[in-house]
Write a protein that binds this ligand. Structure first.
Ligand SMILES: [Zn+2]
Ligand SMILES: [Zn+2]
Length: 425
């Protein structure tokens, strides 16, 4: 367990966000802030209320105290409350108390509510990390470890600054509106970070006047950024043209459609592919709907490439080329949203593409593969696990290693969609 007296951080109560953590010293980028333990990990089944009841029941007294010390921000009138209460009753009915240590119904309800507000993608709750507040321009990164998690700085920080991480997973790259609707429905608050109160660029589209549409769609060189493109959120900075109400409402409709498809339980790739194509043709490469639907497609392609490469075969060349094209645009989009965002968002996809290109074996592909490994390295150097780093270094030398090395590498928060049943920090 992390000690509360670490030289790198201090816990303070603030009027705006309650218990918060602050840096006590200046740190460079990628520095370890602290390591944290995890409460007994709940199982990952569909019944998360029962899973958290079980996890809480397994805690010892000291752990329960730390768990109960965390904050719950579910509003009293929220529909989750009756659902949690019913779930806890069912749990107690099927697990009648056997000793003094068995938690009471009220204790369980309280514990599950706290867990619902404080858990991370892996469903873990951490005694210290769960107190770190959210920002859409976070200065720290949450990294799961075998025994809990660790926090590292994403940029150089100063003593006195608040430690912040993102609760949004991949949706950190979404628009102000989508980010806040997720935070409100999943974490019960509205973000007031500087990015949330500034004009967004995640939902900018090519200016209609600078780039006249052809039968409603973008000319191909604009869609694929083969020529310089002037992007606009509302007013074009180049020509001062105001985005038409029709274009604005079309953008909104596509945003809604792509969000619904990405967050649906089905994860229907055909639907996502269709929406991605329309987003790319209408909204262009710098819009988050194009990027996020694109990333889901790249993900599924990478899964297939890895499946083929495990058998010692090279990926299909045309498919790999398509994947590289899409990934290129996603990477650039992410870099435009957050410095270093490309690696944060898709380092694992960069690695797969690097391996795939290396597998093709011809000189040009191998050289191109090294370029992608270098992109991944920019992130992995500071934040990767040893295994990932080894693979990446080999790929940077142009060596294509076999799959064993990639096995056991866990997906990171940053490249992971929030879980379907319960979207977490
Ligand atoms: Zn924010
Ligand atoms: Zn313009």
């Amino acid at each position: 367990m992390a000690s509360t007296e670490s030289p790198n951080y201090v816990q303070k109560t603030t009027p705006k966000s309650g218990e918060s953590l602050f840096y006590t010293c200046s740190l460079p980028k990628a520095a370890l802030i602290f390591e944290d333990s995890s409460f007994p990990a709940p199982q990952v089944t569909d019944d998360w209320v029962a899973d958290y009841c079980e996890a809480y029941a397994e805690c010892n007294e000291e752990e329960r105290e730390l768990w109960n010390d965390l904050c719950c921000s579910i509003p009293p009138s929220h529909s989750l409350n009756p659902m949690i209460e019913t779930g806890c009753k069912e749990y107690i009915d099927s697990h009648p108390p056997t000793s003094e240590l068995s938690p009471t119904l009220q204790e369980l309800i309280n514990a599950v509510k706290i867990a619902r507000c404080n858990s991370f993608t892996s469903r873990n709750i951490h005694p210290v990390t769960s107190r770190v507040n959210h920002s859409c321009t976070p200065n720290a990164l949450y990294l799961p470890t075998p025994t809990g998690c660790s926090l590292r700085t994403l940029k150089p920080v100063q003593a006195g600054e608040e430690i912040t991480i993102s609760y949004l997973g991949i949706y950190l790259f979404a628009s102000n509106g989508l980010r806040n609707s997720i935070l409100l429905s999943e974490k019960f608050f509205t973000c007031q970070c500087p990015r949330c109160s500034s004009i967004p660029n995640e939902n900018s589209v090519p200016c209609e006047k600078c780039h006249p549409r052809i039968s409603g769609g973008l000319p191909e060189d604009v869609e694929f950024e083969d020529a310089p493109v002037n992007y606009t959120v509302a007013i074009c900075p180049k020509c001062n043209d105001v985005l038409s109400p029709a274009a604005t409402s079309l953008r909104q409709k596509l945003e809604e459609k792509s969000t619904a498809a990405l967050r649906s339980e089905e994860n229907d790739m055909d639907v996502i592919r269709e929406i991605h194509e329309v987003c790319s043709q209408v909204l262009g490469a710098k819009h988050y709907s194009t990027a996020l639907t694109g990333l889901t497609i790249v993900d599924s392609m990478c899964l297939e490439f890895n499946r083929v490469m495990i058998l010692g075969q090279a990926p299909e060349e045309l498919e790999l080329a398509e994947c590289v094209d899409t990934l290129t645009r996603i990477f650039q989009f992410a870099e435009g949203v957050i410095e270093g965002g490309g690696g944060m968002m898709c380092y694992s996809q960069c690695l797969t593409v690097a391996r795939g290109l290396g597998c093709l074996g011809d000189e040009k592909s191998v050289a191109f593969g090294k370029v992608w490994a270098e992109k991944a390295w920019k992130f992995l150097e500071g934040f990767g696990e040893e295994g990932e780093k080894k693979v990446c270094l080999k790929l940077m030398e142009g060596k294509v290693e076999h799959m064993e090395l990639l096995e056991g590498k866990g997906d990171r928060e940053t490249s992971e969609k929030p879980s379907k049943k319960m979207r977490k920090k």
